[in-house]
Design a protein around this ligand. Structure first.
Ligand code: FAD
Length: 380
């Protein structure tokens, strides 16, 4: 069999899982990542790994032992409050639950550590990609270098530079904006706030808005304030960006009438405050197979974070694509079949995630999430 030269664009969870599983099968891929080095940017908070997607991918990557060292099985509780700070739902029985939390930074480091030196090319932001006459793809980087590959996988996230080669689709704004914050070492510094969030995730809902918290490693509380807002609400003064204190005060003003203890999650946050407009690709996004190029993860199926599936699916995509490539005489057929399975898997997840987002940020947001939590209660 002709062994394709493989390039992966993006060293996120999807691209790294792909590279790792290929490496285990003796297939080398070059991973190009725009960040300058592994700790260049904080990777964000905690997420839970689902059994049949994220954890399955970790098994394929033969990293279950390493994962168990960083997984927090003890942080699987859920709480829901109303805007007055009244606890309306708690599920603190974690017996039999199997959706452990893991910090994104630790997850990424685990995957990076599992790859041989030289696989990741840091500081390589893809500038352009062109199909050559021989059917190969040339990747061009702003530092002036370029290289050609038989097979390019765009694992480069929401604003993928590879996507336009297979699809005209662009992410659209969901109408919901998140503001990401956090509190380090909360058990010692703000034990009362650590108790509000508890050992897992917390949602407080009202007025079509939400304060969302989750407990991370080292008692870091990850906090999102989320609300419906015009796409340009930051540029048009929706938040006073002049200083962290001004940002907190102007953000808290959007939650006026909410209980003091919930607002303290905003006021006591550390200085790093990041607004994020939530974008999605149309649910069911797909393209006609093109030899030598494909997408995975957010590049293929960017979806609302309210399903908690994006990272899990990106890793499953990466693992299954690697297994398909390694296990098939004809790699182009393998990619075609893998794409069909990925499209079928991603579409219902994207629909559910969109519906969950709309349900949470509606007038009945609290009732909707209470209903959803009751249905989810029980073994994970
Ligand atoms: C607020 C929020 C909360 C979330 N919570 C969860 C959750 O609880 N559970 C869950 O499963 N998912 C969650 N997600 C979704 C999850 O973050 C993504 O689905 C996941 O990170 C996708 O992985 P990926 O590898 O496809 O892409 P990414 O993680 O976006 O990685 C893409 C990589 O490509 C690199 N890159 C981009 N452009 C280029 C370029 N031109 N050249 C080279 N490199 C490039 C980037 O630097 C990055 O390293 C959440 C998302 C958000 C916004």
């Amino acid at each position: 069999m002709h062994k394709p030269r493989i390039a992966v664009v993006g060293a996120g969870p999807g691209g790294l899982t792909l590279a790792r599983v290929l490496h285990l099968r003796g297939i080398r891929a070059s991973v190009f990542e725009r960040e300058k080095f592994s700790s260049f940017r904080p990777q964000g908070g905690s997420l839970d790994m689902h059994g049949t997607s994220g954890q399955y991918a970790i098994e394929c990557a033969e990293l279950t032992t390493e994962f168990k060292h960083i997984a927090r099985y003890e942080d699987q509780e859920s709480r829901v409050y109303d805007k007055y700070g009244k606890l309306r739902f708690i599920d603190d029985d974690i017996t039999g639950k199997n959706r452990p939390e893991v910090d994104r930074g630790q997850l990424r480091q685990m995957l990076l550590d599992s790859l041989p030196a030289g696989v990741i090319h840091w500081d390589h932001e893809l500038g352009a990609i062109e199909r050559q006459d021989d059917g190969r793809y040339q990747l061009v980087f702003p530092n002036g270098t370029s290289d050609s590959f038989d097979f390019v996988i765009g694992a480069d996230g929401a604003w993928s530079r590879v996507r336009p080669l297979v699809s005209q689709a662009r992410p659209i704004y969901s109408g919901v904006a998140f503001v990401e914050m956090g509190i380090d070492d909360a058990d010692t510094r703000y034990p009362e706030l650590a108790r509000v969030i508890g050992r897992g995730s917390m949602f407080a809902l009202g007025d079509s808005k939400a304060l969302i918290g989750h407990r991370g490693a080292n008692a870091r509380l990850g906090i999102y304030a989320a609300l419906r807002a015009p796409q340009d609400w930051i540029e048009t003064g929706g938040l006073d960006m002049s200083s962290p204190e001004a940002m907190k005060a102007s953000l808290a003003a959007h939650f006026s009438g909410w209980s003091e203890i919930l607002l303290e999650l905003i006021y006591k946050s550390d200085g790093r405050i990041t607004p994020r407009a939530i974008h999605v690709l149309p649910a069911g996004h797909r393209w006609d197979n093109r030899p030598g190029i494909t997408l995975l993860g957010d590049a293929a199926h960017l979806m609302s974070p309210f399903g908690g599936d994006g990272c899990n699916l990106a890793m499953q995509d990466g693992a299954e694509l690697a297994l398909a490539l390694a296990g098939n005489e004809h790699w182009q057929t393998a990619v075609h079949d893998w794409e069909a399975a990925m499209f079928a898997r991603a579409e219902p997840a994207a629909v559910d995630a969109w519906d969950a987002l709309q349900a949470a940020f509606s007038e009945d947001g609290l009732a909707n999430i209470l209903r959803a939590m009751e249905m989810q209660r029980g073994p994970g």
